[in-house]
Design a protein around this ligand. Sequence first.
Ligand code: ADP
Length: 439
Amino acid sequence: MTRRAIELLLLVALGAVLGWTQNSPGWTFAGALVGALAWTVVDGLRARSFLRWLNKADVARQPHLSGTWGEMVDRARKLIKKLEKKAQSSDARLEDFLAAIQASPNGVVLLDSAGRIEWSNLTAANHLGFDPQRDLGQYVRNMVRNPAFTAYLAGGDFNQEIQIDGIGPRPSQPSKISLQIHPYGKKRKLMLTRDVTAVQLAETMRRDFVANVSHEIRTPLTVLSGFVETMQSIPLEEADRTRYLGLMSQQAHRMQTLVSDLLTLSRLEGSPAPGPGEWIDSEELLTHVVQEAQGLTQAISTTLHKIEPIPGPSMWVSGAKTELLSAMSNLLSNAVRYTPGGGLIQTGWRLRSDGWGEFFVKDTGPGIAAEHLPRLTERFYRVDRSRSRETGGTGLGLAIVKHVAQRHGGHIDAESTVGEGSRFAIALPPNRVRERATG
Ligand code: ADP
């Protein structure tokens, strides 16, 4: 028998005994009834105190009840503690999960069934230009005011992703955001965003590059096939034949140079940067490219350029010899090709006061207007288109120089004054150069 039943029986018996002392069965019964009532009141008070505590679910302030009620308090306390622990661990897991989504480079937005923002990570908010805290509960259609997005959201066909303008570094330069909605649960939506600006830029560059290469190859090919057709259809005098063949060979050579420059560029892009292993005598490099430039001036100018090597410190340069030679000769060949015959070209190696080494080429050519300077190393960018073509330029020379310099940890410097001349330099960091005396 439980303690509660014993208590009830005791109170009923006590009541009955007190009634019995009055010597009447009626009083005995009434006494038992009062005892039962008293028990009900006491038990009800205990139940009330238990329920009150249960409502507050405050484990620390448990009521002090004895018997069955005390046991119920104890069991309920254990259960509450267990549930609290479980809730805490679920909270921690949710926090972890949200922190992981927060750290994602992609944007994540959760929308409720009405299309209101329930949660968003910072990336998505930055992509779409809203505040991840302040704008919670707002309709996403009001936050992302873009016609393509509005139509996408209203259309309800979310099989494809869409691209919209995001908030870029400047209003004139919006970023490109790819966005896709994935419905889940009861009419809820998961919206994922991704910044595809760089991908698009690379794609545009790739397209431009292919278009440029095709154009560069098509021109000599058209000329070449024109001559072939002429020679096939008309009998030519020996002199004309020789002249035509000369022109054809020139075009074929142009294509060869272009393909060779393209291969050089792709090799430079696709191979690991040269280590600091090989130390090369700077003088040896200079002599080699000066000789080449002298050959070039003889080939293309009636009045030869004056190519003057400027003596510098005796030094070693570390890097890939063929790459350095190719970059140096590109700069010198530009100086020869763009400077009118008879002009002065000075070139050499020098050590700068900040420890960097520099190979420079200074000419007395036409110079380059300031607005062109930042774009010179772009592939196929030409200031003087016709001069470039006449002298066998491919528009890739300075792109190659830039790549070589960067692969050696350096950069290309260009200064120019229109009408006075230009100065190009390949600057190499201190770890790539050393004076011979100390070496
Ligand atoms: P290209 O094969 O056309 O010479 P580059 O990449 O070497 O291509 O040079 C890009 C452009 O920069 C050239 O087309 C030319 O207009 C300009 N340029 C380069 N070097 C010189 C220079 N020394 N003097 C004047 N213009 C130059």
